[in-house]
Design a protein around this ligand. Structure first.
Ligand SMILES: [Zn+2]
Length: 322
C-alpha cells in the first residue's frame, strides 16, 4: 500500500474534497434499507438478518392489539420511505395495504406466510375479510374458499379464517428467514454475504431454541393447555400440543360456553389459564377462579424473541406438569 501523495501536495486538498464530493452520493445510497414489519417478532427477524444494513421497524407498537390496529400519521409518513414491508396477513394490514401502496407504489411486500401451510384458528376470528386475494390463496390448503366478496358483515367469520400467528413456531420462522434473506439480497445485493452470515447465525439460534423446547415439552404427560386468545396454534402443532381457547370466533364466550370451558378444564385437570398482555383478562380470571387455578401472561408479540420463547416454553411446561 502506498500513501496517497495527493494529500501532501498543494492541489491535493482540493482533489481530496473533490473525491469526497464524488463519494457522497454513494454514502447516501449506503444508508440502511428501510423496512417495516407488521409485528415486533417479524421486525426482529428482519433486523437479525439485515444487521446494520437494515433499519427495521414494527408497525404494531408494543402493547397494542394487532387485530384492530390503525397506523399513526407518522407511521404512514415513514411507510412512504420504506423499501420493503413484511406482512403477517393480519386483517388490519389487508385493510391498510391498498392505501399504503398507493402512497408508496415502489414498496415491495413480502408475505411472511407464503409457502407455509396455514392452519385454521380454533374457534377464533381475526375479522375475516373474504375480499382479500391473499386470504383466498391461503385457503388452498384443504378447504373451500369463501365467496370473494366483502359484505362488511362477519357472517363468514371463523369459518375460513386461517391462523396468522406463524412466528411462534421456530421451524416456520426458519422458512421465513430464508425468504427474508433472499428479499434483502435482491434489494441490497452489495450486502448479500453479510445477510447470508447473519441468516446462518439466526438459523443456528432457532434450531437451538427448537431443540430446547422439544426437550422441555416432549416428555410431559399432559398435552393440552388453556389460553384466552388462541395465538399458539403453530407452536402447539410443532410440539404435539393442543391449545384450548376461551375466545370463540374472536369474541368473549357467553355464559354457557364459559360453563362448558370450566367443566372441560376441571375434567382435564387444567390449572393454568394463559392470557396475553394485549387482551382483557377478566374472562380468563373467571375460568381460573372456578377451577381454583391461576392466570399466567405469555406474549406472542414480545420483541425479545428468543428469551420470550424460552419463557413461554417454561410457562407452558409448568401448565403441563401432572
Ligand atoms: Zn391474534
Amino acid at each position: 500500500m502506498r500513501p496517497n501523495r495527493m494529500m501532501y501536495e498543494p492541489g491535493g486538498r482540493r482533489a481530496g474534497l473533490l473525491l469526497l464530493a464524488l463519494l457522497l452520493p454513494t454514502l447516501a445510497v449506503a444508508e440502511p434499507l428501510r423496512v417495516f414489519a407488521s409485528v415486533a417478532p417479524l421486525q426482529v427477524f428482519v433486523s437479525m438478518i439485515g444487521g446494520d444494513h437494515v433499519d427495521a421497524r414494527a408497525l404494531v407498537r408494543q402493547g397494542f392489539d394487532p387485530h384492530a390496529y390503525d397506523p399513526t400519521p407518522q407511521q404512514i409518513g415513514a411507510l412512504t420511505k420504506t423499501a420493503l414491508y413484511v406482512s403477517a396477513g393480519l386483517p388490519f394490514e389487508r385493510a391498510w395495504m391498498p392505501r399504503i401502496l398507493s402512497a408508496n407504489p415502489t414498496m415491495q411486500v413480502l408475505h411472511a406466510r407464503d409457502g407455509i401451510a396455514s392452519r385454521t384458528l380454533e374457534a377464533h376470528d381475526h375479522g375475516h375479510r373474504a375480499s382479500d386475494p391473499h386470504a383466498i390463496e391461503d385457503d388452498q390448503h384443504g378447504h373451500t374458499p369463501p365467496p370473494a366478496l366483502d359484505t362488511g358483515s362477519h357472517d363468514l367469520a371463523g369459518a375460513y379464517e386461517t391462523d396468522p400467528h406463524v412466528w411462534v413456531s421456530p421451524p416456520l420462522v426458519r422458512h421465513m428467514a430464508g425468504r427474508i434473506r433472499d428479499k434483502l439480497n435482491e434489494l441490497a445485493p452489495a450486502h448479500a454475504a453479510q445477510f447470508m452470515r447473519n441468516h446462518d447465525a439466526f438459523i443456528a439460534q432457532l434450531d437451538a431454541l427448537d431443540r430446547e423446547l422439544h426437550a422441555l415439552l416432549d416428555p410431559l404427560p399432559n398435552r393440552r393447555f388453556m389460553v384466552f386468545h388462541p395465538a399458539w396454534g403453530y407452536f402447539a402443532d410443532n410440539y404435539g400440543l393442543t391449545q384450548v381457547p376461551i375466545e370463540h370466533e374472536g369474541k368473549e364466550p357467553g355464559a354457557r360456553a364459559l360453563a362448558g370451558l370450566i367443566d372441560q378444564a376441571r375434567n382435564e385437570g387444567i390449572r393454568l389459564v394463559f392470557v396475553q398482555p394485549q387482551f382483557d383478562r377478566r374472562r380468563a380470571l373467571q375460568v381460573a377462579k372456578a377451577i381454583n387455578g391461576t392466570v399466567v401472561s405469555i406474549d406472542p408479540l414480545a420483541a425479545d424473541y428468543f428469551d420470550n420463547m424460552r419463557r413461554v416454553g417454561r410457562e407452558i411446561a409448568r401448565a403441563l406438569q401432572p
